[in-house]
Write a protein that binds this ligand. Sequence first.
Ligand code: HEM
Length: 105
Amino acid sequence: PEGDYEKGKKLFKSRCFQCHVVETDETKTGPTLKGLIGRKSGTVAGYDYSAANKNKGVVWTRETLFEYLLNPKKFIPGTKMVFAGLKKADERADLIKYIEVESAK
Ligand code: HEM
């Protein structure tokens, strides 16, 4: 389903922004999510990934993010991202919509 940008923006601020930015190249606890869509996992230059994230070898798309964000530790066993996941499919779709728009700017 096509997500809702405004709802996704609110979700990003409340659930992701403590560790990630999407609008700039800034590194926080987590790597920047700018340019995320279409990028191979673990490839932000200079970011110190876990081996698990670095070697996952997946391309971040709407589909792979939808699965990853449901249960990050299941999708990437050994990830150092401390995030339980978003169980609600509509929340994941909203978040991905926001990331798609912002990360491509
Ligand atoms: C990694 C998204 C919440 C910390 C990642 C990656 C994505 C992502 C896509 C992989 C990046 C890549 O391969 O280049 C999100 C989204 C979140 C969220 C959409 C909110 C729903 C958080 C939170 C934290 C966090 C709350 C900190 C408490 C990290 C860290 C990594 C990471 C440390 C690197 C993992 C590793 O190297 O094993 N995140 N994240 N993230 N995230 Fe998040």
